[in-house]
Design a protein around this ligand. Structure first.
Ligand SMILES: [Zn+2]
Length: 260
């Protein structure tokens, strides 16, 4: 028996679960072209990401079950992706972030490649054991995920995170336990910290005035990993808090509901 049909909106992360069975030793999902393990904790579960531009309708999660006696079986569970409307925001930024010099075009292409290589990896162990949290406790704002953006009258990629109101210097906490996989200055993102939480879940903290961690470091939920600022393509100081889940751009607030 499988779980009832699941549905979720574009740009959200969801808990995906299947019941345990006698002799079952592993369940592996294929989702967004990646292999994602399910973890046993009573039932078998993982977290899956639905990109804000994923097509509305049924999407198959292919599952491989492995049993103690060496046998295996394949199953499919559908997730119904529901439409979400995202408004358009118009922004004015320094012209160098819209009309890129050749040097900056080359730089952003290199950075995009480096970042995509990070998001392509799915670490098999979940590193977190508590629910995900907002990186600035009690912060306001952040309801602009998925907004279609027009910079200086030119359409650009939709907003892939939540912008939290924060003064320069405000401490930024890790949303959950994870490993630092990037901690440096990027052209659009300014000073940036990326955390790998396992199972293809990455959180990002952008436009920092200060970076407080180094690549390879394991951080606990709530550890201060940097300070808010206004570096990169911004209109003022704030924290851009983002998540990628198996490469999907998801609303960070949807991670708060996936459990621990
Ligand atoms: Zn932002």
């Amino acid at each position: 028996m499988l779980t009832a049909a699941l549905s979720a909106g574009q740009g959200t992360a969801i808990r995906f679960e299947v019941p345990d069975e006698p002799g079952l030793v592993a369940v592996e999902a294929t989702w967004r072209g990646r292999s994602v393990p399910l973890v046993k904790d009573g039932n078998w579960s993982t977290v899956l990401g639905i990109d804000l531009d994923d097509a509305v309708g049924e999407h198959a999660v292919d599952l491989e079950y492995s049993y103690r006696d060496g046998s295996g079986t394949s199953r499919t569970v559908d997730i119904e992706v529901l439409s979400r409307e995202f408004p358009t925001t118009r922004l004015e930024v320094a012209p160098k972030y819209v009309e890129l010099s050749e040097e900056n075009q080359a730089r952003t292409a290199r950075e995009r490649e480096e970042i995509n290589a990070i998001y392509a990896r799915v670490s098999s162990e979940p590193l977190w054991h508590e629910p995900f949290a907002v990186p600035i406790p009690g912060a306001t704002g952040g309801r602009n995920f998925g907004h279609r953006r027009v910079f200086n009258e030119q359409p650009r990629a939709p907003h892939s995170g939540a912008d939290l109101t924060a003064a320069t210097g405000a401490p930024i906490q890790a949303s959950n336990r994870g490993r630092v996989v990037l901690a440096k200055e990027l052209f659009f993102s300014g000073n940036a910290v990326f955390l790998d939480h396992g199972l293809g879940i990455y959180s990002v903290y952008l436009h920092l005035s200060e970076i407080g961690v180094e690549p390879g470091q394991l951080v606990e939920r709530g550890d201060v990993i940097g300070r808010a600022g206004a570096t990169g393509r911004v209109t003022g100081p704030h924290l851009h808090w983002g998540f990628r889940v198996q490469g999907a751009r998801v609303d960070p607030f949807s991670l708060l509901d996936v459990g621990s």
